[in-house]
Design a protein around this ligand. Structure first.
Ligand code: ADP
Ligand code: MG
Ligand code: MG
Length: 906
């Protein structure tokens, strides 16, 4: 039994070595890894190991943090003895002594987990100073001002971080001293002012803790180490890990490092920099430094720092050395680094390095240039660019500076990225008219419906007060790459009065607003935008991605223009061509309404005959744009009532055209009304009731294909029957489709091969469950994951925004399942249906055409379960290409760990 006991030792208990030294004496932490040393500690060891000037110190592992919590908030026995030993090694190496009254050693105590967690805990600097050693420090450095500057910082940071005294109490004391000495900046305060400040600070400390500031350096150190461990579990750190989905870490490490001083005078300073420009990616050292400063002064905005480019006029030698270190680091880590450094009386020290965060444009440029510089391989470059961020490169955006001078009125959902500026149009017609008249407008609606398509297309941006990320407005806008902010609940839109009220402010048709579809912000006035360019590096990354991916990428497109745009972005076909939008144009809607309102088949066929040429013409345009590539056409899908006139005026107009009474129209409209249209008479159910609709659409497709053939345009239509739930439905409708294809061939005397595949959308859970039987009649499957998600969860896409935010906030769901495929539930249906379908029909072509086709995590899932392609809106095609390549590249490498990826330098 004793044996099993040793086996159940926790991960943390196995790591008996708790401390790792870095310095000239020895460096123990190289290759130990971030899991134990934290990103900061691992990189301090690494930098020391490759010979960079790093102040020596040691790292207490994250395993100790784990033990601290296992022992209910107690440091492991003997830890402080080991710490004492390591401090003595430090003392020997530096010739200083901790708490000494001649030449005191001071240290910083820094937190650092495996994944960097901004704001988890503030660092304590100058630890080890006491009333006695501060005098020693002043003497040893012959710099009294500096010694007391260091001491006041320690009392402040220690009081704040270890004892939880609000920073503002110290600020207040500082303000008094500054006023007394008429000092504007902290550097203007004279020595005697700083001495006074130290005693003021000690009073603040005593007042809030009822204890004097500790005068034993080891007590300071022990409490500081504990404070770092405690910070791991403070609410904001816990919350941050939850939000960022960081799991499975042992805790935070603690770095105890000897101090170097940037606050010793005008020959000293401190700075932060990136080895390349993090916004553009330009290969030029980029950063800021501040003379006579310590720690966070540079970023705290107390004084204005100088750009590093100005450093040569201050200290040329140090600047040159920094440039050398920049190259060393990039060669070592093979990525752009974000560094911290300090100069003590002309000597440079490195205090931190980690992988630098960057914009997408910078990521692309850096990846390409590093391949050119032979720092990394193509595959690494492909893996490194965050696929989801590529939209940043394809859409106009607001200048960050320009945005600052405008008021943010409210915030909605970032439904479709981009930036749009325009006057307010309160109806689709108004948007069309004013656009025709040369104005730039935003369509402002409570929500949109298919009737608004023309207006949505005319407007430069769309703003709605209700609806979620997959509301009609959001889906359509994303498809076009049109900027859209949806569900901005604080807006009160009075379409009749043509007035918009938001938080007490009123806007009318002539007022101009700016929409940021990337953040969801609605801003007052006209914010300046910048147009992005498709750079050479972007194209290169995409080319490389295509080499490594297995999944094909298609697009969802309903018009030749969209098809062409998607093709330019690299789409290899259309995965979803919706036919309903083709019926909304003015010339067609009347014939469509005539068809819907027909009382019998003959009347319906008559109206359908009018629609046929329009449909054929549309298909010829799309097949031509996509020549040589497959085009999956989905037969009519929405409930018919969406096409009907709902207000009295347009009902009267239809009545006039049809030669019936308005009352008759109204009666038919109300008969077509459905309580639950999403689950109603739509999709293939329409063709079951009205087979002639299917016949007309198939005829239009086949005639268009034949017409193209005659013009030597290689048309490759695939016919997709939507919303199938039983194999019998597809058997019947598939047969009718194939019969119609043959009939058209015969009618047009076409004898060539057409090879039109007939398949179905899998979007009803029952279809997924019976996919094996359905595959008998389907030559391809395309997962309509929008509806499949809707029906699997029983969440209405149109209303989900009324409760989904609560689900996300309370973490009942990790992500919006309409944005990123619910792998555990809906994904199971996809995987199973694919396998069962292919069991029936070997080589069954399977794709996905929901919104998820452009979401990187969902694309990775599609790759994993062996789909043939994903299809997404034109603007997301590059994202899907890159995500597919990244998924394929992941297969090549054995997985390192199940944790969230953490770049090596973090
Ligand atoms: P964060 O993780 O928040 O960046 P750091 O531990 O890096 O916190 O420290 C905060 C600041 O203190 C940084 O500017 C860092 O360079 C500085 N600093 C930390 N340790 C020392 C030291 N031993 N000597 C001088 N400055 C230090
Ligand atoms: Mg730092
Ligand atoms: Mg559907």
């Amino acid at each position: 039994m004793a044996k099993t006991k040793t086996k159940t030792k926790t991960k943390a208990e196995k790591h008996l070595k708790h401390l790792y030294y870095f310095g000239k004496t020895r460096t123990e932490g190289r290759g130990v890894g971030k899991e134990l040393l934290g990103g900061k500690g691992a990189n301090l060891a690494e930098m020391t190991g490759i010979g960079l000037p790093v102040p020596p110190g040691f790292t207490i592992t994250a395993a100790v943090c784990d033990l601290y919590y296992k022992h209910k908030g107690k440091l492991p026995a003997g830890l402080m003895d080991q710490v004492g030993q390591y401090v003595r090694t430090l003392e020997k190496e530096l010739g200083k002594k901790f708490g000494d009254d001649k030449n005191p050693l001071l240290v910083s105590v820094r937190s650092g987990a495996a994944i960097s967690m901004p704001g988890m805990m503030n660092t304590i600097l100058n630890l080890g100073l006491t009333d006695q050693s501060v005098v020693a420090l002043a003497n040893a450095t012959a710099n009294e001002r500096f010694a007391y500057d260091a001491y006041r910082r320690l009392i402040n940071m220690y009081g704040d971080v270890v004892m939880g005294i609000g920073h503002e109490h110290f600020e207040e004391a500082f303000g008094k001293v500054k006023r007394k000495y008429e000092a504007k900046l902290d550097t203007d305060v004279p020595t005697e002012g700083l001495i006074e400040l130290c005693s003021e600070y000690q009073d603040v400390y005593r007042h809030f803790t009822s204890k004097p500031f500790p005068q034993d350096p080891y007590t300071q150190l022990e409490l500081a180490i504990e404070a770092v461990f405690k910070s791991w579990m403070q609410p904001r750190a816990v919350r941050y890990r939850e939000v960022e989905n960081i799991r499975g870490l042992l805790g935070t490490a603690v770095n105890v490092q000897s101090m170097v001083y940037g606050n010793m005078g005008s020959d000293s300073g401190t700075g932060v920099a990136f080895t390349r420009n993090p916004s553009t990616g330009e290969n030029r050292f980029y950063g800021e430094f501040l003379i006579n400063a310590q720690g966070e002064d540079v970023v705290a905005g107390i004084r204005t720092p100088q750009p590093v480019a100005e450093m040569p006029s201050w200290n040329k030698q140090v600047y040159k050395q920094l440039l050398g270190i920049k190259d060393t680091l990039e060669h070592h880590y093979r990525d752009m680094q974000d560094i911290e450094f300090t100069i003590e009386r002309g000597t440079l020290f490195m205090l931190q390095t980690r992988t630098g965060k960057r914009t997408c444009a910078a990521a692309v440029r850096i990846a390409c240039e590093m391949v050119k510089e032979k720092l990394i391989e193509e595959k690494t470059a492909v893996a490194r660019v965050p696929a989801g961020d590529l939209t940043q490169l394809l859409l106009p955006s607001f200048d960050a500076a320009a945005k600052e001078s405008h008021t943010v009125l409210t915030r909605g959902l970032p439904a479709s990225p981009g930036a749009a500026v325009g006057a307010l149009a309160f109806s689709a017609e108004e948007a069309v008219e004013r656009t025709h008249a040369g104005q730039t407008v935003l369509l402002v609606r409570k929500e949109t419906s298919p009737e608004d398509i023309d207006g949505m297309h005319s407007a430069v941006g769309i703003l709605t007060s209700t609806g979620g990320m997959t509301s009609h407005a959001a889906v359509v806008a994303r498809g076009w790459g049109r900027c859209c902010v949806a569900g901005a609940g604080e807006l009160h839109i009075d379409a009749r009065q043509r007035r918009l009220t938001v938080n007490g402010k009123v806007f009318t048709a002539d007022d101009i607003l700016s929409l940021d579809g990337t953040t969801g912000e609605v801003l007052e006035g006209s914010v300046a935008t910048s147009e992005p360019k498709m750079s050479g590096d972007f194209a290169r990354i995409m080319q490389w991605a295509d080499k490594y991916r297995r999944l094909a990428v298609r697009t969802n497109a309903d018009t030749p223009a969209d098809a062409q745009r998607a093709r330019d972005f690299g789409a290899e076909g259309i995965g979803l061509c919706r036919t309903e939008h083709m019926f909304f144009e003015e010339s067609r809607i009347t014939a469509m309404r005539e068809m819907i309102l027909a009382e019998n088949e003959a009347a319906r066929r008559k109206a359908l005959a009018k629609l046929l040429p329009y449909q054929r013409e549309d298909f010829v345009g799309i097949f031509t744009a996509m020549k040589g590539l497959p085009v999956t056409v989905r037969l009519l899908d929405p409930p018919l009532h969406e096409f009907l006139p709902h207000d009295a005026e347009s009902q009267a107009e239809v009545a006039r055209v049809l030669g019936v009474t308005p009352a008759a129209v109204q009666a038919r409209v109300s008969r077509l009304h459905e309580a639950n249209p999403m689950l109603g008479h739509r999709g293939c159910r329409l063709s079951v009731t009205y087979p002639e609709i299917l016949e007309m659409q198939v005829r239009a497709i086949v005639e268009a294909a034949i017409e193209c053939r005659k013009k030597r345009v290689d048309a490759r239509p695939e016919i997709m029957i939507p919303l199938v739930g039983t194999d019998r439905e597809l058997e019947m409708l598939g047969e009718l489709t194939r019969e119609t294809i043959d009939a058209v061939k015969k009618d047009t005397k076409f004898s060539g091969e057409l090879e039109i595949l007939v398949g179905t959308m899998i979007e009803v859970p029952r279809a997924a469950l019976t996919a094996g039987a359905i595959a008998r009649h389907a030559e391809f499957f395309s997962f309509g994951t929008n509806d499949l998600t809707q029906m699997t969860f029983g969440f209405s896409r149109d209303d989900v925004n009324s409760f989904l935010p609560d689900y996300l906030k309370k973490e009942l769901l990790p992500v919006d399942p309409f944005q990123s495929l619910d792998v555990d539930g809906v994904g199971q249906l996809v995987e199973m249906a694919t396998a069962n379908g292919r069991q029936t029909r070997k080589g069954l072509k399977v794709g996905i055409c929901g919104e998820h086709g452009g979401d990187p995590a969902s694309v990775a899932f599609c790759h994993r379960v062996g789909l043939d392609y994903v299809s997404c809106s034109p603007f997301r095609v590059p994202i899907a290409r890159l995500a597919a390549a990244q998924a394929a590249l992941k297969d090549e490498k054995p997985k390192k760990s199940a944790k969230r990826r953490a770049p090596s330098g973090e």
